[in-house]
Design a protein around this ligand. Structure first.
Ligand code: PLP
Length: 392
């Protein structure tokens, strides 16, 4: 039967029925190694007992009351996220795009608070911030924006990982903030210079701008720190989270510090579902499990092992341009578009993804075992080598 789901995704011809850890099983009971984790969402793997227990327990008590009332689990989660990140407060929503909308609204309010009538935010080339009108306008991809004009104004675009381009922006304009991913995900797993965030913090301090980090993909242990900015000693003014925060239960968060934390007051922003007891219980279980099972440290070590494994297997091979990443966020850049590799991998029981046309992206669950990591490296290396032999 033809699907009546709006065709916004070019879906692969597979339907999964159940999962456990890094394994997924389809309707025919065929097993797949999941190296994409629902696009950086299921960091604890599939069907983690701690998330299962938290969701069941909360669903049996109370799923939703609305934000007209205090919500114990929401307050607990805000406290935990602030303790872990050094931020002051949290707004909860349901997705990454909404978390970034909140950040954009904070920047705009901050501008008005400074007396700037038309505040602007610096954003990056090849960035990705979501599909709502404001976040697709902030996104550095014509493909994402095309057909949705007029775009939301107030964004100034500069190249990624280029502090000089930002410093060259005159001091007397309307800029109030920088919105940036610590590592670009959709843009091709682009890892900037080690001191990039530090330099951005310096510029923001000099110019009285907010530094707003989109950690929707990099957050919650993915890069080998709970948040990617914690590889440095800086603190941002705003951090956005979603994806892995609920391990699949939809929840987003916008964390803020100092003046930025005072911008969204009663009546200025809202979400009916945002931070409901169910989603917050899942997120609390995720955070507790990450620490109990030492998964953040594991992401750093295992990610490095996978990178090294891939480098020794395929670095320098024809068509392999670069192998890069941090923690369990890994990209293999090829010298030509490689969309066929995804269905080929699927046929072999391996789930991977291609982003920015030429970059094979791996975002495995952080619970991947050592054996599964070896299997991933072996299968993928064989696949890439074989693919180019066939197509040469
Ligand atoms: N920001 C980044 C860095 C992302 O990678 C994504 C999604 O891929 C988003 C924002 C949008 O998140 P969502 O799809 O939950 O709206």
């Amino acid at each position: 039967m033809a699907s009546q789901v709006m065709p916004t995704y070019a879906r692969l011809p597979v339907m999964f029925e159940r999962g456990e850890g890094a394994w997924l099983w389809d309707k025919q009971d065929r097993r797949y190694l999941d190296a994409i984790a629902g696009i950086a969402v299921c960091n604890l793997g599939h069907a983690h007992p701690a998330v299962f227990a938290a969701v069941c327990e909360q669903a049996g008590k109370l799923i939703h009351t609305s934000n007209l009332y205090r919500i114990e689990k929401q307050e607990e989660l805000a406290q935990e996220l602030c303790r872990l990140s050094g931020m002051d407060n949290a707004f909860f929503c349901n997705s990454g795009a909404e978390a970034n909308e909140s950040a954009i609204k904070i920047a705009r309010r901050y501008g008005h608070y400074l007396g700037i009538a038309e505040p602007a935010i610096i954003v990056m080339e090849s960035s990705f911030h979501g599909r709502t009108l404001a976040t697709l306008s902030a996104t550095g991809s014509r493909k994402v924006q095309e057909g949705f004009e007029p775009l939301v104004g107030g964004f100034i675009r500069v190249p990624y990982d280029d502090v000089r381009a930002i410093e060259a922006i005159p001091d007397n304009n309307n800029v109030v903030a920088i919105l940036v991913e610590p590592i670009q995900g959709e843009g091709g797993v682009r890892v900037p210079a080690d001191d990039y965030l530090l330099q951005l913090r310096r510029v923001c301090d000099q110019r009285n701008w907010l530094l707003m980090l989109d950690e929707v993909q990099t957050g919650i242990g993915r890069t080998g720190r709970l948040l990617a900015f914690q590889h440095t000693f800086i603190r941002p003014d705003v951090v956005t989270l979603a994806k892995a925060l609920g391990n699949g239960v939809p929840i987003g968060a916008c964390l803020a510090l100092g003046t930025a934390a005072e911008m969204l007051t009663a009546g200025k922003h809202a979400s009916t579902f945002g931070g409901n007891p169910l989603a917050c219980s899942a997120a609390l279980a995720v955070l507790r499990t990450l620490f109990r099972e030492q998964l953040v440290e594991r992401a750093a070590i295992l990610g490095e092992n996978i990178l090294q494994g891939l480098r020794s297997a395929i670095e320098g091979r024809p068509h392999v341009v670069d192998i890069r990443g941090k923690g369990m966020m890994i990209g293999i850049e090829l010298d030509q578009p490689c969309p066929d590799l995804v269905p080929l991998a699927l046929e072999r029981g391996l789930l991977i993804n291609v982003t920015a046309e030429k970059v094979l992206r791996l975002l495995p669950p952080l619970v991947l075992t050592d054996d599964q990591a070896r299997l991933l490296v072996d299968e993928l290396s064989r696949l890439i080598v074989g693919y180019f032999k066939i197509t040469a």
